[in-house]
Write a protein that binds this ligand. Structure first.
Ligand SMILES: Nc1ncnc2c1ncn2[C@@H]1O[C@H](COP(=O)(O)OP(=O)(O)OP(=O)(O)O)[C@@H](O)[C@H]1O
Ligand SMILES: [Mg+2]
Length: 510
């Protein structure tokens, strides 16, 4: 297999199977992978499942040449492959879309693809544009070749990444948690693309996902990684969801989270939005009125792009309001600036954990990042107190890390726990929490939800914005549904169903 087959390559099951054999990898004391073997076949979707930190990304980075294993080898039909770089991987027919995209943001689609395939295609942009068009049609991945990457929503950026990989002629495509960054509709269309790649082009897909339903929907085989070892590899039809969860966690007893019962609202709301409006081109907010009481979790549901992101930005102070008012504990905020909101006791967990954390800094430093004043004298930082604060947060929030580990090397679940610890250890009066369990495994998801519920029972008013309807239904006391920038309905959480919320999400109010 070589990359010069180009876009028109027909794979049709001719690509060799790929075998990873006895792969081990340690990072210092952390054993990320230990003697892992895995078979990949052309024309098959192979799901890779495992809790946060199990080693899924590390294993796939090794296959794609981004990381070198300590021991082990990779073979294609008995022939050993030398994969020292992504370039070697692509030459062997292996492509990967990583958890963090690698597109050049201020360049166009066609420029990015030309750049990536400079060795394969002509640098004539006109030619590349035609190649993109052909590949878009063939794989069902429509893009505008001349759009600048930074202007594209994340689902389209991902599409460009996939096209880029496919256009380098890969017969295996690794997708590392591709659905974690997508809303429900984009997830469906991505799953369709995956099915099509498998059936029409004979491509072997490795799909890393934490969502059982997706795995059942598209995967042919599923392998489970647990603490750096493959504990199971089988056909999807031959194994139940419950068995898979059991294998992932090392137990087959998985308690189902408790549904909330209807809650009596006490006292005055601690956060109130009165007719809040934001005028921006395409979207914005119109007349949003909403209140959250102490100890209450109000969930915001809705199809993505109906004003949820703007609402979060308004409450983080990064989007000024044009109309209406925001009242915290009875005091109307003069301006919704980040400072005034923070001073009023409004804390925030943003939807992109990578944007709210500094990867290069230590866990300890990240934990005190937004309250550094309380750990400093006039002249220096109180290092000992920072360390103590960090150690107790690590223990209290059960974070698998050490205070001095660089945050960027933590698994998704552990990184999210650090950010939640940062938020809740300051005991905010109001917590705005956006997509808190995106990309988290079943256990971490449950843990994060229980942390949110715990904070609410301790009196924090929580506004939970989530595209995961099950999450909203599981933990919200009331569910507000957004449609076209407005709150179209508010439903009691204990009686809400997928159907009632689904109707509101579609804009139907009767
Ligand atoms: N560059 C690195 N330096 C130090 N430790 C690392 C590095 N990369 C990964 N690790 C560690 O290796 C282990 C496996 O991480 P990996 O990212 O492969 O997990 P994962 O299964 O992909 O998790 P997630 O579902 O959260 O993405 C984790 O304990 C992680 O902290
Ligand atoms: Mg990963």
């Amino acid at each position: 297999m070589n990359s010069h087959e180009g876009v028109g390559a027909t794979h049709g099951g001719t690509a060799p199977s790929i075998f990873l054999r006895g792969i081990s990898k340690a990072f210092g004391e952390t054993i990320a992978l230990s003697d892992v073997s895995l078979d990949l076949r052309a024309g098959e979707v192979h799901a890779l499942l495992g809790e946060n930190g199990a080693g899924k990304t590390t294993l796939m980075k090794i296959l794609y040449g981004l990381t070198q294993p300590d021991t082990g080898l990779i073979e294609a039909d008995g022939v050993q492959l030398t994969i020292n770089s992504p370039r070697d991987a692509r030459a062997a027919g292996i492509g990967m879309v990583t958890q963090h995209f690698s597109l050049v943001k201020n360049m166009t689609v066609v420029e990015n693809i030309a750049l990536a395939s400079a060795s394969t295609f002509s640098l004539d942009l006109g030619v590349v544009r035609k190649e993109i068009k052909a590949a878009s049609e063939r794989f069902g991945l429509e893009v505008s070749p001349d759009a600048v990457i930074s202007t594209l929503p994340v689902a389209l950026q991902q599409r460009v990444e996939i096209l880029k990989a496919l256009m380098s002629g890969c017969s295996y495509l690794i997708l590392d948690e591709p659905t974690a960054v997508l809303g429900p509709q984009d997830i469906d269309s991505l799953l369709d693309v995956i099915k099509r790649l498998r059936s029409e082009s004979g491509i072997g897909v490795v799909l890393i996902s934490h969502k059982m339903a997706e795995i059942e929907q598209v995967a042919d085989r599923v392998s489970v990684l647990r603490r750096g070892k493959v504990v199971s590899s089988s056909s999807v039809s031959g194994i139940s969801t419950q068995e898979l969860i059991g294998l992932m966690m090392g137990t087959d007893e998985v308690a189902v989270a408790q549904r909330r019962t209807s809650k009596q609202l006490v006292g005055n709301p601690i956060l109130a939005l009165n007719g809040v409006g934001v005028n921006i081109e395409m979207g914005g907010l119109s007349e949003v009125s909403l209140d959250v009481h102490p100890g209450e979790i109000v969930g915001i549901a809705g199809v993505s792009g109906n004003g949820q992101a703007e609402l979060v930005r308004v409450l983080s102070g990064t989007l000024a309001i044009d109309k209406g008012s925001i009242v915290v504990e009875g005091n109307t905020l003069g301006k919704n600036s980040p400072q005034s909101l923070m001073r009023a006791g409004v804390g925030m967990l943003g939807e992109d954990r990578h944007a709210s954390a500094v990867h290069a800094l230590q866990v300890m430093e990240n934990l005190v990042l937004d309250c550094i004043d309380s750990f400093a004298t006039r002249f220096q930082l109180k290092q000992k107190e920072i360390l103590q604060h960090c150690e107790s947060a690590i223990a209290q929030f059960e974070i698998k890390t050490t205070p001095k580990q660089a945050l960027g090397t933590l698994s998704g679940g552990n990184m999210q726990k650090v950010l939640l610890a940062r938020l809740f250890s300051r005991k905010p009066k109001v917590a705005i929490i956006s997509q808190p369990t995106r990309g988290l495994d079943v256990m971490a998801t449950r843990y994060v939800r229980s942390l949110i519920m715990k904070a609410s029972t301790e009196g924090t008013a929580v506004l939970l914005v989530s595209e995961d309807l099950d999450e909203v239904l599981e933990i919200a006391d009331r569910v507000a549904v957004m449609y076209r920038g407005a709150v179209i309905g508010i439903v009691d959480g204990s009686t809400a169903t997928r159907e009632t919320i689904g109707q509101l999400m579609a804009g139907i109010t009767k």
